[in-house]
Design a protein around this ligand. Sequence first.
Ligand SMILES: NC(=O)c1ccc[n+]([C@@H]2O[C@H](COP(=O)([O-])OP(=O)(O)OC[C@H]3O[C@@H](n4cnc5c(N)ncnc54)[C@H](OP(=O)(O)O)[C@@H]3O)[C@@H](O)[C@H]2O)c1
Length: 215
Amino acid sequence: MKIAIIGGTGSEGIGLATRFAYAGDEIVIGSRSAEKAQAAAASILQRLPSTKISGADNESACRGMDIIINTLPYQAQRETLSALRDAIGKGLLVSTVVPVIFNRQGITILPVEEGSAAVQAQKVLPDARVIAAFHTLGAKHLADYEHSMESDVLVAGDRKEDKALVIELAQKIKGIRGIDCGPLSNSKLVENMTVLLLNVNRINKATSSVRIVGI
Ligand SMILES: NC(=O)c1ccc[n+]([C@@H]2O[C@H](COP(=O)([O-])OP(=O)(O)OC[C@H]3O[C@@H](n4cnc5c(N)ncnc54)[C@H](OP(=O)(O)O)[C@@H]3O)[C@@H](O)[C@H]2O)c1
């Protein structure tokens, strides 16, 4: 599969890029700066020299891809996605975005008028097919491509075929099971739960994750 990762130079983008490059997919890391994206790709290539990974500006990265993963910070997504509307077109956009703020009061969810970051992305990109996934996978363990994640990826979206493709993608990561969690509006629950996990992590000085039992 050909996969673009917009805002892909951050730790979550690098982690997902590493895992999917390792699995044999063709990855383009996107950035506001093509040079920064190329440097990020080069750093992964140093660790995994036989993988297909390159870097480009966000707009060029999006064109002609099977899947576009959004790893922008929530605060940057509305403006950035609006500018990428033509490049993304009817593409499949996977939102990993958690509307979260880290401050002295703790780790809290930001209010989103549309209900969730993923629903906001769908409103900004009405032609795109938005699926929400990967929120609960921490960047640190993702970058360690041989580490078995031993958790579930909760996938929310309105099109069954697109969810099936994202579940297939998620399951390329060692130790991951993808679970269909219903319509895109349920992304709000997944985003909220991720903030809960971040609090659990801070309290326990740990990297927690999600496993649904009984299915
Ligand atoms: N970190 C995690 O463990 C984790 C886990 C699950 C989900 N997530 C979600 O994944 C997303 C990325 O997390 P992260 O920690 O990798 O984020 P990050 O490092 O803060 O940002 C990712 C990239 O977004 C771009 N960016 C930053 N500000 C921007 C702006 N104002 N306009 C346009 N682009 C901007 C930057 O790329 P350029 O400077 O190269 O353009 C940056 O490298 C977040 O939405 C987060 O909620 C993160």
